[in-house]
Design a protein around this ligand. Structure first.
Ligand SMILES: Nc1nc2c([nH]c(=O)n2[C@H]2C[C@H](O)[C@@H](COP(=O)(O)OP(=O)(O)OP(=O)(O)O)O2)c(=O)[nH]1
Length: 128
């Protein structure tokens, strides 16, 4: 099966976490995820997540830590998810692809319908 490398960011906004919902037309429609995207050839993981956040949300973030990398096998593709914690720096959120975003307290994150690959990331984050 094909494996894709995907970075994602758990972004702190004044104590709340930014989460985004995939749109009806994307793969994994209506699932919630941490914003991010596919690693391009010749870019570092850090360059990738900063680029994706700028492209998808129009904001700048400061990377803090890198959490554990996990691989999840969807029926059609294996996603190797590379998570970062980060904090909001500047800019106004403008969604390019996603249906909606929410700022949630850490305790509320578990109630969302997550992309399956995100669950180990979420659980690691909840234990920090
Ligand atoms: N950005 C992001 N993608 C995730 C997460 N969890 C998860 O399973 N994915 C999957 C969904 C996608 O198949 C892939 C990320 O690809 P992407 O968002 O850059 O692009 P895509 O496949 O939706 O769009 P496309 O390239 O087919 O047009 O990883 C996550 O937390 N963030």
């Amino acid at each position: 099966m094909k494996t894709i490398n995907v970075t994602c960011a758990i972004i702190d906004f004044n104590g709340k976490v930014l989460v985004v919902q995939r749109s009806e037309t994307m793969q994994l429609p209506l699932k919630w995820e941490f914003p991010g995207g596919k690693l391009e050839p010749f870019e570092t993981e850090e360059q990738c997540i900063l680029r994706e956040i700028k492209e998808e949300l129009s904001i700048d973030i400061l990377l803090l830590d890198r959490l554990s990398v996990t691989t999840f096998n969807y029926p059609n593709v294996a996603v190797r998810l590379i998570p970062f914690t980060a904090k909001y720096l500047s800019g106004e959120i403008t969604l390019q692809e996603h249906k909606q975003y929410l700022f949630l307290d850490k305790e509320a994150l578990q109630s969302l319908d997550w992309a399956a690959a995100d669950l180990p990331v979420l659980y690691e984050f909840l234990q920090l």
